[in-house]
Design a protein around this ligand. Structure first.
Ligand SMILES: [Zn+2]
Length: 99
């Protein structure tokens, strides 16, 4: 990531779009096609490259898919501990069906 203190003025277009100058995209490591996270902090728009993270704690390492959501190893372990009793109760016994 490059450092820059440059300031730019850009107009917001009719659809609310603003072009992020290349120098700032490069400094933020935001590339075309990549997701960028935006939010307001202390009255300023913050734009930063978006990295997928755990839906519970935001951790970005050791992620796995849990029912279509990214979950880190630690939160995944907590989910498994809490889900275990319910999973046991929901199990069906196929041998008892269709007799
Ligand atoms: Zn987590």
């Amino acid at each position: 990531m490059e450092k820059t203190n440059a300031r730019f003025m850009r107009r917001v277009d009719a659809l609310g779009r603003v072009v992020i100058p290349k120098a700032l995209r490069d400094a933020l490591d935001v590339q075309p096609g990549q997701a960028a996270e935006m939010y307001v902090r202390e009255g300023c728009l913050v734009v930063q490259s978006w990295t997928p993270g755990c839906v519970f704690c935001g951790e970005t390492r050791d992620l796995s898919d849990h029912l279509g959501k990214l979950v880190c190893a630690r939160c995944g372990e907590q989910l498994r501990r809490r889900a275990a009793p319910a999973t046991l109760h929901r199990r069906s016994r196929p041998e008892a069906r269709g007799a």
